[in-house]
Design a protein around this ligand. Structure first.
Ligand code: ZN
Length: 76
């Protein structure tokens, strides 16, 4: 498959990704996706996205405390 953004050939991967669904950040572990080496775009198959979306809807997830880097300040 090719990247819809820049046209590079996507690389098949499996691992951890973060997703934003309705403004909320979700971490998904052990997920199959395709990564664009050109622009970093990550593409999930429709089946996988559907599966994840259903889990989110049904609240079938665990909640973990994670530390994320935050850039406080004014930019631009
Ligand atoms: Zn791309």
């Amino acid at each position: 498959m090719k990247c819809a953004v820049c046209g590079e050939v996507l690389i098949k991967k499996r691992g951890e990704i973060d997703l934003r669904i309705n403004g909320k950040l979700y971490m998904v572990r052990d997920v199959k996706f395709e990564l664009c080496p050109g622009c970093g775009e990550r593409v999930l198959s429709p089946e996988v996205s559907q599966n994840i979306f259903q889990k989110v809807q049904a609240r079938e997830y665990e909640e973990e405390m994670i530390k994320i880097p935050v850039l406080n300040g004014t930019y631009g």
